[in-house]
Design a protein around this ligand. Structure first.
Ligand SMILES: [Zn+2]
Length: 263
């Protein structure tokens, strides 16, 4: 399908959109914007599939968020049924989040649930949506995620993953590109300069754009509720940082998203 912009990670199911979800989606349709809405547990995974069934420009991603693994259960068979749905284009978001809690209990549970997502992705032949958030001042969650992906790729070279809300350093980026995986960027690239070098060094074929709405609105909407309507700001900032033509970057990012998620 032909879209003007593809926001590869949002949470349109969140209550932040309860008041005006339909009008946001309608405006997205008017502007040719598509999004992948990401479930964070079983109930929200079912909900993003339901939304994707009603709207051509919505796709779904199903899984249990790494910070929810202690409270939410992960029933493999239940998620397998969801993952097979034709509008489900990725599995996740999954991986490691050590930002607030570095306890062994959480780390071990995150690893167990991440590996279940990997098996699911291999079984249905769909890519992973990675959530990796390192503890302050380190790249730990990225390296742990990459070690596991690399291990599974030995037997399953077709296994692919996108690192959503990428905030890692150049060393991490190189490891990601090395195993054929991709990264996507968010609102903070429009107002923080920490991402410039990574965006400049990233291969043109491996870069995508997202909003992670309702969180992390880009300039000039900073502080407001974010929505997929603002994904253009991310596209244009990527073009600006890379010193490339906006239209060419838009077409390339769309191509990347369509290839990666088979949209
Ligand atoms: Zn998310």
């Amino acid at each position: 399908m032909n879209f003007s912009y593809i926001d590869i990670h949002s949470h349109l199911n969140f209550k932040d959109f309860d008041e005006d979800r339909e009008s946001v989606i309608q405006q997205m349709k008017d502007e040719g914007i598509a999004t992948i809405s990401v479930g964070t547990d079983l109930a929200s995974s079912i909900e993003v599939i339901r939304l994707s069934e009603i709207h051509d420009n919505l796709f779904a991603c199903v899984g249990v968020h790494p910070t929810d693994v202690l409270e939410s259960s992960f029933d493999y068979e239940e998620f397998l049924e969801l993952a097979k749905h034709p509008k489900v284009v990725a599995i996740g978001e999954c991986g490691f989040d050590y930002f607030r809690d570095q306890s062994d209990e959480l780390k071990n549970k995150q690893k167990e649930i991440f590996e279940a997502h990997i098996k699911l992705a291999i079984e249905v032949g769909k890519p992973l949506m990675i959530h990796a958030r390192a503890s302050k001042g380190t790249q730990d969650a990225y390296h742990d995620t990459l070690d596991i992906l690399k291990y599974y790729q030995k037997e399953h070279p077709e296994l692919l993953a996108n690192f959503h809300f990428f905030a890692g350093d150049i060393g991490v980026l190189e490891r990601i590109l090395d195993i054929g995986c991709t990264v996507s960027f968010d609102g903070p690239i429009t107002f923080a300069r920490d991402y410039d070098e990574v965006i400049q060094k990233c291969s043109y074929m491996s870069i995508m754009a997202e909003t992670d709405s309702p969180f992390a609105a880009p300039n000039p909407y900073r502080g407001k509720r974010n929505s997929p309507l603002y994904v253009k700001e991310i596209y244009n900032k990527i073009a600006e940082i890379r010193g490339e033509n906006e239209e060419e970057v838009r077409l390339q990012i769309n191509q990347n998203a369509q290839n990666f998620f088979n949209l």
